[in-house]
Design a protein around this ligand. Structure first.
Ligand code: DGJ
Length: 727
């Protein structure tokens, strides 16, 4: 059980695995004391010594704050490190002196106004109210610690209790000071078709980190960072993971200071951000989640997976089967009509698929990516009888029908743009800057949000679709809203995200049975904010199985397999022109929500037969693959081999995936040590009939019988393990 204990001026948040402690300094300054493995009994004096906190005679004089680990450091009081908060007071100055006024354990975790956040069940929550007496700014720091995972979540709410407007220039969600810098910083970085590569570097004095100012969390950087002890690996060592539940601009930064400690900051990027806070108004930061692991990066990942699955992802989709789908994009791109789609759908049905998805190109006069976004009426040249007719035809084959939209966009060549040229983000008098020939709708406007909601709702009603792929294919530029005054233009990026969340909130509530899958040029907005609404996200536009080994492996650092859309595509692969065996494409796509991204009619009879078997296997193993405890075993970022496995909660079943990238002749067969099994149990490898002890599989390893010669590149093994009574 999670609990919040108070001893004098020290607060201790703890559960079965972790402790998080804060203390009030003389004068009401709130300091950070400890974040790490559970402590039975806090020893405040030694923790303070460790954190460099001198309680006796403390005041903020003589730049004392420059050495103090403050819980929510503000700018301008002599702490020369980067802080979490900058607010311009009515007199134009920026110093903010926050002192603790009140601390109370809350009966339940408050929801965050307008923002996705972990849900309130099964946690203990506490709020610290701080106030700047000079301006009347109040900051409420809200924390919650969960019963069932090693996680603490936190956010800040700013309230202007003064009588004049203030301007918020920075309001991060999390600050964490750690007393030494003997850590590596781990981040997820990438690009289009190369999302979420794991990057690890030793901390050094100065700044390091990642950020996005693209309007979305982005393909290039994920709103996440971790500190891993120098020697920590997948299984061992101390790791602190931090992820932001937000889908827009963010910053994740580590600063090693002159004291030799490190300060971690995570929140909305203050670049291109200001917020006017009128008297009585409040500003809510996104929520940040911290997972504290003593079992290395693997333990951190399982902590995040549990936190999201139990407390963030749409509850109705967790632990539920996801349909094996076939998506039309790589099968036909823009070149289709109703009969062609029906042909592909029939072939999909023959392969046992349960959902057919029509991707881009069905509306307006969209034969390429230059037109029609915003005109969400079916193209009668392609679909002469409309959406419902196609949907009905697909359903008559025993399939569900799904559809693609990019609701946040408008093409300059569209009726929508002609009717409402001011509905896009733009700066009057400046030339429009398009990307993929499109502009971004201004979701900070209520009328635009209503249009977006209605377009999606009408499309769902008309088509009867039970699945919607929600795409978003460009970054922000010429950022401006025709509906906001000059001194609020700095609010546009965040208001956009709030607007997006409002629309998603309403749509997911009004269409609870529709499965929404997120997409942003692949995984360009794959973050915990979006995953509050969509249970799965298209991992990447790169469907090459070897590239996918890296992309999916990196993604699992923070997100569970159940959130990753993973499809078998045709060869040669459309992004890399590489030809990978079907078995390997299959093994890799089983790493998440399984589907196809190809035209089955173009396959041989043999391949189609294999597809049927694959589909049946994917369905049979769903619960284990998507919701089992996940272990990364061999990293494609470190070598020629990739391996991962999932283990059922009762440890009676497991599924193991191994991929060797380049064939290496004359080498010993690869041996992979499995994890997470019961050492005392015996396991049968279903595919080979061999029986091993759990201890043997974990301590000696499992040998993949890769041929010494002639294995070819991109060789994969896929084994299912079942606990048996046999000796
Ligand atoms: C980008 C997506 O990532 C693709 O899967 C596809 O839906 C295209 N957009 C369609 O334009």
């Amino acid at each position: 059980m999670a609990e919040i204990l108070r001893e004098g001026n020290v607060w201790h948040l703890r559960n079965e695995w972790i402790s998080y402690a804060l203390c009030e300094m003389p004068g009401g300054v709130l300091a950070h004391l400890y974040a790490g493995p559970r402590l039975e009994k806090l020893n405040p004096a030694s923790l303070m010594r460790r954190a460099g906190i001198q309680m006796e005679g403390f005041s903020i004089q003589e730049l004392a704050l420059d050495r103090l680990p403050r819980e929510y450091p503000s700018f301008g009081l002599g702490d020369m490190r980067e802080g979490a908060l900058t607010v311009v007071a009515p007199d134009g100055t920026r110093a903010v002196d926050l002192r603790l006024e009140d601390a109370r354990v809350l009966p339940e975790k408050p929801a965050l106004e307008g923002l996705p956040a972990t849900r309130g069940e099964g946690c203990a929550a506490v709020q610290f109210a701080l106030r700047d007496a000079h301006t009347g700014l109040e900051v409420q720091l809200n924390y919650a610690i969960y019963d069932d995972c090693p996680a603490v979540v936190r956010s800040a709410r700013l309230i202007n209790r003064g009588d004049a407007p203030m301007t918020v220039e920075r309001a991060y969600s999390l600050c964490l000071d750690v007393p030494d810098a003997d850590w590596d910083l781990v981040t997820l970085s990438g690009s289009w078709a190369r999302e979420r590569s794991i990057r690890r570097r030793a901390l050094v004095q100065g700044f390091q980190g990642i950020s996005s100012q693209r309007g979305a969390s982005s393909l290039q950087a994920s709103p996440f960072m971790a500190l891993a002890r120098r020697g920590a690996d997948e299984a061992c060592g101390e790791v602190i993971g931090m992820a932001l539940i937000y889908s827009g601009n963010f910053i994740a930064q580590a600063e090693v200071d002159h004291n030799g400690g490190a300060r971690l900051l995570l929140g909305i990027n203050d670049r291109d951000f200001t917020w006017r806070l009128d008297p009585g108004e409040s500003f809510q930061t996104p929520e940040a989640a911290m997972v504290l692991s003593s079992e290395g990066l693997g333990g951190m990942s399982r902590g995040f997976h549990a936190l999201w699955e139990k407390h963030l992802l749409p509850a109705r989709w967790v632990n539920r089967d996801r349909p094996v789908l076939l998506n039309s994009w790589e099968a036909s791109y823009f070149d289709f009509d109703e009969n062609k789609l029906a042909g592909i759908a029939q072939a999909a049905a023959d392969a046992g698929v349960s959902l057919f998805v029509m991707d881009d190109g069905w509306f307006g006069h969209r034969d390429d990516d230059t037109t029609s976004l915003g005109d969400w009426q079916p193209d009668r040249n392609k679909l002469p009888s409309g959406l419902k007719a196609l949907g009905d035809r697909v359903r008559a084959m025993g399939l569900q029908f799904g559809i693609w939209m990019e609701p946040e966009m408008v093409s300059p060549d569209s009726d929508l743009f002609c009717a409402h040229p001011d509905w896009c983000q733009h700066i009057p008098g400046r030339e429009h800057i398009t990307a993929r020939h499109q502009l971004i709708l201004d979701l900070s406007r209520a009328d635009v949000r209503e249009f977006v909601y209605q377009s999606v709702a009408d499309t769902l009603h008309e088509s009867g679709a039970s699945y919607l792929k929600w795409d978003m294919n460009r970054n922000f530029s010429n950022i401006g809203s025709a509906a906001l005054p000059a001194d609020r233009q700095g609010e546009v990026p965040h208001r956009y995200i709030l607007g997006l969340y409002e629309v998603m909130d309403k749509l997911t509530a009004d269409f609870p049975d529709v499965l929404f899958e997120g997409c942003a040029s692949g995984g360009g907005r794959f973050d915990a904010g979006m995953l509050y609404y969509v249970p799965q996200f298209w991992c990447s536009d790169d469907t090459d199985a070897l590239c996918r080994c890296e992309i999916q492996y990196g993604t699992t650092l923070v997100f569970p397999p159940s959130t990753m859309g993973c499809h078998v595509s045709a060869v040669p692969n459309h992004q890399t022109m590489r030809t990978v065996p079907l078995q390997t494409r299959f093994a890799v796509a089983l790493g998440g929500c399984f589907g196809y991204e190809l035209d089955p009619r173009a396959l041989t009879d043999d391949e189609r037969r294999t597809l049927r078997e694959q589909t049946a296997f994917a369905e049979r193993t769903q619960a284990l693959r998507l919701y089992g405890a996940f272990y990364r075993l061999a990293s494609p970022f470190e070598g020629n081999e990739t391996a991962w496995m999932s283990v059922s909660q009762d440890k009676n079943e497991a599924i193991f995936t191994f991929v060797r990238d380049r064939a290496m002749p004359n080498t010993l067969p690869p041996l992979t040590k499995l994890r997470g099994l019961d050492a005392a149990k015996r396991y049968k490898i279903v595919e080979t009939g061999e029986v091993y002890g759990g201890d043997e599989l974990m301590n000696v390893g499992l040998c993949c019988p890769i041929p010494v010669y002639g294995s070819g590149d991109a060789w994969a093994a896929l084994y299912t393990l079942k606990a048996v009574d046999e000796a």
